[in-house]
Design a protein around this ligand. Structure first.
Ligand SMILES: C[S@@+](CC[C@H](N)C(=O)[O-])C[C@H]1O[C@@H](n2cnc3c(N)ncnc32)[C@H](O)[C@@H]1O
Length: 219
């Protein structure tokens, strides 16, 4: 099982504006699901913590997990600066990190597709296990229309070792279609599924992003 190392990326001069600004869809999720009803939140693959910090600001009890130590150092620093409380854990989404039903809400934003299809399935199954019945999973992952699809070596069907189009070249990325999502979320009730698309710039080059945004409830 290969584990990518994002420390170098997070230690560098990455696009700080992008990584510090929460996705408005996550802010909407917070607005619609207050801490009173969903107190325990897991941000799995939190990166430098834009979403973990937004939840902490909203009064949730937040656990932020990432495989990159550097990402966690940055979350902790920013939490200290903003006088927000959260817990950080160095961990791999493919392994069991928590007891069943530990969380009311799990957010997994652009994380579980890093790897092979079966690893993505394992990651989503872990998220499902961590949720209490009625708990929510918010997850994003790229579609097969994404500009990175086809970039780099295809190591398995729809799985590419990304080239320069990725912010983290050398990573494995799995690209899902609708049938995949039905299968990955079979144990959950899908509340909303959106296909979102936009252009973004990296080092002056325009890239096309196409991704699924799902909100699902544990049955
Ligand atoms: C594209 S970034 C997204 C960061 C954050 N969710 C956000 O939206 O700002 C992907 C993150 O997933 C983490 N990651 C990749 N593979 C992982 C794994 N197997 N277990 C835990 N985290 C992982 C990386 O370290 C990185 O911080």
């Amino acid at each position: 099982m290969e584990l990518s190392n994002w420390d170098f990326y997070w230690a560098g001069d990455q696009e700080k504006d992008y990584w510090q600004k929460p996705d408005p869809a996550v802010l909407e999720l917070i607005e619609n699901h207050p801490a009173g009803q969903f107190p325990r939140v897991l941000d799995l693959g939190c990166g430098p913590g834009r979403h973990a910090l937004a939840f902490a600001r909203g009064g949730y009890r937040v656990t932020a997990v990432d495989a990159s130590k550097m990402a966690l150092v940055q979350v902790e620093e920013r939490a200290r600066e903003k006088r927000l409380k959260l817990e950080t854990i160095l961990g791999d989404f493919r392994t069991t990190l928590f007891a069943p039903e530990t969380f009311d809400l799990v957010i997994c934003y652009n994380v579980v597709y890093h790897g092979l299809r079966e690893e993505m399935v394992r990651g989503i199954n872990q998220c499902q296990q961590y949720l209490r019945p009625g708990g929510l999973l918010f997850l994003t992952c790229p579609t097969r229309d994404d500009g990175k699809y086809g970039d780099g070596e295809e190591v398995a069907p729809h799985t590419f070792r990304s080239g320069e189009k990725s912010v983290h070249p050398g990573d494995l990325h799995y690209f899902s279609d609708c049938q995949d999502l039905e299968c990955f979320f079979a144990g959950l009730e899908i509340m909303s599924r959106k296909k979102k698309e936009h252009y973004w710039k990296q080092d002056g080059i325009v890239n096309f992003s196409s991704y699924w945004q799902l909100i699902a409830k544990k049955k």
